[in-house]
Design a protein around this ligand. Structure first.
Ligand code: NAD
Ligand code: UFG
Length: 337
């Protein structure tokens, strides 16, 4: 029989790709989102890819009653938890919004899981849980520490999951994503932020599309290849495959009555600078991408990339797609060509 899993935050960028990937991998997904940073139109796009629309609940994970209704209706085998707010800058202006939505919402979800005896969870964590005081590449045992409320919300949720693995037998696999890019090969789903994009590639693609004039490069003469920030860009299609590998790992250890907590880095192990991203986008799209040099953001680090051997060893997963392929699929989605 097909297993039913709950996917929170599924209308969003990564969650929508995950719904498609889990359905295609033979799971039944039940999906929950409050549409705070997404649109119900994603439903029909997923329908175009799958040929049907999974069971959708418009619900907020902060609403315990709504969550209880969802859990009481379905016998979940496990949860893939994407729901959350993710803009670092906004989190500095509105810290309580982030603590409330991300931390309290997650605690409600975990409480429902424990009540309904659902033990498996894959959680969207982030490379922002690592302290700025580390040597590269970042490994799962690098020093933890955050500089903004968004990062703190992720680290607190990880800590709560660790507690619950010890005291409520949860089997938790936090995936620490580096920088997701790209879109589904169909061109139907991808990253469509509401308003001005916060992340680099959506902004660059908007400039290539002439929707915005110039990329503002947060430049600080960093000690990098060209003075701009270097990040580890991971293709969203590879990223959702990592979730499937992670869920299968949880299934493998399911006989174990003990809980578990195993964070895993999800990246490529390679860094790319802002200027390299701009040049690669120009090559991939044939469009000029204008940019200007502006000052640094307070939370930016010079260089961030992952040590990925543990993902290979523990999950049997490694990234396959190149940054160029991520830019090309992102462009196909955003430009429609
Ligand atoms: P997204 O904003 O596109 O998707 C998140 C979804 O969660 C949205 O559809 C939003 O409506 C929903 N949501 C937010 N609060 C909710 C609530 N209280 N109840 C129900 N639904 C709620 O973001 P994304 O890029 O798809 O990110 C998914 C997850 O991955 C997030 O937890 C994010 O923090 C994490 N993450 C993202 C990145 C990145 O760069 N995209 C990097 C590291 C980690
Ligand atoms: N950048 C620019 N101009 C922009 C946007 C970004 O120059 O308009 C630069 C940044 O300074 C950085 C790089 O591009 O060097 C990437 O910046 P992003 O904002 O795209 O990504 P971050 O690395 O700052 O953060 C992202 C997500 C977080 C997540 C983190 C994990 O926004 O949610 O990756 O590493 F936690």
């Amino acid at each position: 029989m097909k297993k039913t899993i709950l996917i929170t935050g599924w209308t969003g960028y990564i969650g929508s790709h995950a719904v498609v990937a889990f359905e295609q991998a033979g799971y039944t997904t039940v999906i929950v989102d409050n549409l705070s940073n997404s649109s119900e139109q994603v439903l029909s796009k997923i329908g175009k890819i799958l040929g049907y629309i999974p069971d959708f609940h418009k619900a907020d994970i902060c609403d315990t009653k709504a969550l209880d209704e969802v859990f009481s209706k379905h016998g979940f085998d496990g949860v893939i938890h994407f729901a959350g707010l993710k803009a670092v800058g906004e989190s500095c202006e509105k810290p309580f919004l982030y603590y409330g939505n991300n931390i309290l919402g997650s605690i409600n979800l975990f409480e429902a899981m424990v009540r309904y005896k659902v033990r498996r969870i894959v959680f969207s964590s982030s490379a922002t849980v690592y302290s700025s005081d580390n040597t590269l590449p970042l490994t799962e045992s690098s020093k933890l520490g955050t500089t903004n409320p968004y990062g703190t919300s992720k680290l607190v949720i990880e800590n709560v999951l660790q507690d619950l693995s010890l005291h409520a037998s949860l089997q938790a696999l936090p995936l620490r994503y580096f920088n997701p890019i790209g879109a589904h090969p169909s061109g139907h789903i991808g990253e469509k932020p509401n308003g001005v994009p916060n992340n680099l590639l959506p902004y660059i693609l908007d400039v290539a599309l002439w929707k915005r004039e110039k990329v503002r490069v947060f430049w600080d003469d960093y000690p990098t290849i060209d003075g701009t920030g270097v990040r580890d860009y991971i293709d969203v299609n590879d990223l959702v495959d990592a979730h499937i590998a992670a869920y299968r790992k949880l299934e493998e250890i399911s006989g174990d009555t003990n809980g578990s907590f195993t964070p895993v880095n999800i990246g490529t192990g390679r860094g790319t600078s802002v200027l390299e991203m701009i040049r690669m986008t120009e090559e991939a799209t044939g469009k000029k991408v204008a940019f200007e040099k502006v000052g640094r953001r307070s939370w930016d680090l010079a260089e961030v990339y992952a040590w990925v051997d543990f993902a290979k060893e523990f999950l049997g997963w490694e990234s396959e797609k190149t940054v160029k392929e991520g830019i090309e699929s992102g462009w196909k989605f955003i430009s429609g060509v």
